[in-house]
Design a protein around this ligand. Structure first.
Ligand SMILES: NC(=O)c1ccc[n+]([C@@H]2O[C@H](COP(=O)([O-])OP(=O)(O)OC[C@H]3O[C@@H](n4cnc5c(N)ncnc54)[C@H](O)[C@@H]3O)[C@@H](O)[C@H]2O)c1
Length: 342
């Protein structure tokens, strides 16, 4: 597995990674530490794992909704850049508790933005999502596509992007939002991988079924207008995502207002993923047909031209075999996720 960024931190460059104990954030924190950046991880461990935080990062156990506490952490640690991964991100839950979801995600971003402005932070990078584009976007989705979130979770992220716009306009802090498609895969060399509870992402669910850790895979809708009737998604390896964050962080030294879609540019249907896992692992996976879920777009595929052209990013690890192979090995070696490492 390769990352393409060769970055040297500036003197005193210090990145505060909110949500850095989670799946994507821990991989980014790992890459930043490996490149020599000073890193502080701020996380309440609500869905993250202490074992996922790199040894060389400072860890602060903190609920980022606590305005005063966040300001104090910034005043004491004096970061120069912020990356915000901390959020609730289950689409189904966001329908059941839309206001709570929006309040949670927006409050975190507002608190981090406020503390960043108070302490002279120079750049702010947000984890955003393809969900801001909604169900009608034409494929592949470019950054210019209208922002029309199809669910409350996507709406919360669209609102966070608006916060960034005004943060930049009024303070000069340079901002970026990376709209991820489906993060996937694992970084075996560093004992990092995906461990959500409950798990809602397709690839780990299919792998857990292959391992006999669940009794099959639910397919939510097989009457979509696609070749096999199931939804199509774009899977991007988490190390490629990490690489995109570092490239964007470097770009933020001189440029602002950056908005990038981060996906491989290729789409696979649910059934194609099930068959690919069967092929890679040699296990047969039982599937059950279920009704469609609210808010599931038929297809989400990224147009990644902008970040390719502007930052030279490439999804070098995002072939399906690499994604599934690394995720498979992670789950085989960590059947209880990070608890396996205790
Ligand atoms: N995983 C994906 O495929 C994907 C796709 C699109 C966007 N995203 C976005 O990327 C980000 C990271 O996703 P992930 O899959 O790594 O999720 P995750 O749940 O693994 O990580 C989120 C982290 O934030 C922390 N957190 C949550 N609320 C917090 C709070 N109030 N205070 C402090 N820490 C808090 C959690 O403990 C966790 O460590 C999220 O913002 C998500 O919306 C993820």
């Amino acid at each position: 597995m390769a990352n393409t960024t060769r970055a040297t931190p500036l003197p005193n460059e210090h990145v505060l990674v909110a949500g850095g104990a989670g799946y994507v954030g821990s991989h980014v924190a790992w890459l930043l530490c490996r490149l020599g950046f000073k890193v502080t991880v701020l996380d309440d461990l609500s869905t993250g794992h202490r074992h996922a935080v790199p040894h060389s990062a400072t860890f602060v156990h903190c609920d980022a909704r606590d305005t005063a506490l966040v300001s104090r952490v910034f005043a004491e640690s004096r970061p120069t850049a912020v990356m915000n991964f901390a959020a609730l991100s289950l689409v189904g839950d966001s329908y059941r508790n839309p206001i709570g979801y929006i309040a949670h995600n927006l409050t975190i971003t507002l608190n981090l933005a406020k503390a960043a402005a108070e302490t002279g932070v120079s750049s702010f990078l947000l984890s955003s999502t393809a969900s801001i584009f909604g169900n009608e976007a034409s494929q592949p989705i470019a950054e210019e596509a209208p922002v029309r979130p199809g669910n409350p979770y996507g709406e919360s992220k669209a609102m966070c992007e608006q916060v960034l716009r005004w943060l930049e306009a009024t303070t000069g802090i340079r901002t970026a939002a990376l709209r991820y498609f489906n993060a996937s895969g694992a970084l075996l060399s560093s004992n990092l991988g995906e461990a959500h509870d409950p798990e809602t992402h397709l690839i780990p669910i299919v792998i857990q079924a292959a391992l006999g850790l669940r009794d099959g895979v639910d397919i939510f809708g097989d009457d979509y207008p696609t070749a096999d009737g199931t939804c199509i998604r774009d899977y991007v390896h988490v190390l490629d995502l990490a690489d995109a964050h570092v490239k964007t962080l470097l770009a933020l030294r001189t440029a602002g207002g950056l908005r990038y879609n981060i996906g491989s540019g290729r789409g696979y249907s649910v059934r194609q993923i099930v068959h690919a896992v069967e092929r890679e692992t040699g296990h047969r996976i039982p599937v059950r047909r279920r009704p469609r879920r609210e808010g599931d777009p038929t297809t989400l595929i990224a147009c990644n031209d902008r970040i390719r052209n502007e930052l030279g990013w490439r999804p070098v690890n995002s072939g399906l075999a690499t994604i599934i192979g690394s995720a498979w090995k992670w789950h085989v070696n960590h059947p209880s996720g990070f608890d396996t490492l205790r």
